[in-house]
Ligand binder design. Structure first.
Ligand code: 13P
Ligand code: SF4
Length: 394
């Protein structure tokens, strides 16, 4: 694959709906300084009434969350979108891959709108279909392809989910990755050679789940680097591995470091360190608790007053938790401000613009997945929704 295939187009250089980011939002947006913005958002939402359902991911800004009908992590929002077949418009305040999943899971007449098309995800961009197909071919050359079940994190483009659907795989989220891995291993339990998993695109979620929840060792895991010939692995390394981790990561959660954990433990004796499984393995090992965004919220809600917490996830959520729980001390697990810049692209001006456009009868920023991709991606998403039981984490 050539570098020009990467979706990192400069802003303002046109639209590419196949890309996770690097696309522009057409039209005139209201000014962020407009004192009437909140009122305009209320009026547009009221005018749309039951026709619109607004979803807000936990990492969204407060000004956007205020207008969300439901909030949740990517798993909950996918379910919530599927549970509202009556809503004509699903306005997705989150990022591109989430809006794609909502389009796949909703009816053909429902329209999913992403208020800013530049709200992509750098992690999702790290796995492109052509790269994954090259890796799959290399697994055939190494004689292991029939042992491998592909598992993709929700944070991936629809065509990667479709690849998993076509090849006997499944989608997972941070709240059910362990259950998805158990399911995947069971699919190949009949093979004497044993099962292997290709985990896309977040190496950290894959490694943390395999080692901390599935009883695998670090030696069972190898990292496939799509920018190296043959993924940077020998056929022998592929044959020996049980987890083939794609070399992708979240630029937000990848920032949390072991030395800040040490620093905060020294500063606040008795502090509890609570992190998301997209954090590096070394950081997760030093934490007290690890879990999805929903797990983090539930843990803080259930915590005793007077307790102290450092949280390693996106800053909008950490700030909201700190504001909602003044009886607990809640600090951010990083020395610097660290928002997800693409999540933050959905701001009140974009939300107002999207909803006012719908009121005026103009459908803007619709996210659609082509029918073939949708069919195969739905297979992998449905396998996830059908997974038995709850995660051991929740
Ligand atoms: P969850 O929503 O699955 O917790 O994932 C976190 C994230 O990074 C979303 O982009
Ligand atoms: Fe992607 Fe990380 Fe932002 Fe989530 S927080 S949208 S994984 S970059």
């Amino acid at each position: 694959m050539s570098l020009v295939d990467l979706p990192l187009l400069p802003l303002g250089k046109g639209r590419d709906l196949g890309a996770e980011r690097g696309v522009e939002c057409p039209g005139d947006l209201p000014a962020a300084s407009d004192p009437d913005l909140v009122e305009r958002a209320r009026a547009a939402k009221a005018a749309l009434g039951e026709r619109v359902f607004v979803l807000g991911h936990h990492y969204q800004r407060d000004e956007v969350i205020e207008f969300a009908d439901v909030t949740g992590d990517s798993f909950k929002l996918a379910r919530d979108a599927a549970a509202r077949p009556d809503a004509e418009f699903i306005v997705f305040c989150g990022v591109h891959f989430m809006a794609e999943s909502a389009d796949i899971l909703t009816g053909p007449d429902q329209k999913v709108v992403l208020p800013d098309l530049a709200a992509g995800c750098s992690m999702a961009d790290m796995a492109r279909l052509a790269q994954v197909e090259d890796a799959w071919d290399a697994m055939a050359d190494a004689g292991i392809q029939d042992q491998v079940v592909p598992v993709t994190y929700m944070n991936s483009s629809a065509d990667i989910k479709a690849f998993c659907g076509r090849n006997g795989g499944v989608v997972c989220t941070s709240s059910n990755a362990d259950v998805a891995l158990e399911w995947a291993l069971a699919q190949k339990a009949h093979l004497d050679a044993g099962a292997k998993i290709l985990f896309l695109p977040d190496q950290h979620l894959g490694r943390n789940t395999a080692v901390l929840q599935m009883g695998m060792s670090l030696e069972d895991c190898v990292v496939w680097d799509p920018l190296q010939p043959g993924g940077g692995l020998t056929a022998q390394e592929l044959q020996n591995a049980r987890m083939i981790l794609w070399k992708g990561h979240c630029s937000v959660h990848g920032r949390f470091s072991e030395d800040v954990v040490d620093e905060l433990r020294a500063k606040h004796p008795g502090i509890n360190i609570l992190v998301h499984p997209e954090c590096k393995h070394e950081v997760v090992l030093k934490a007290d608790l690890v879990g999805s965004t929903e797990f983090i919220i539930k843990t803080i809600e259930a915590a005793e007053p007077g307790t102290t917490w450092a949280i390693g996830t996106e800053l909008n959520l950490v700030k909201r938790l700190a504001d909602a729980h003044p009886d607990k001390t809640i600090v951010f697990l990083d020395r610097n401000v660290c928002y997800c810049s693409t999540m933050n692209r959905i701001d009140l001006p974009h939300l107002v613009w999207a909803m006012e456009s719908l009121v005026a009868g103009q459908l803007v920023n619709q996210i659609t997945v082509d029918p073939d991709t949708e069919r195969d991606a739905l297979v992998a998403l449905q396998r996830m929704l059908d997974l038995p039981g709850k995660s051991h984490r929740d």
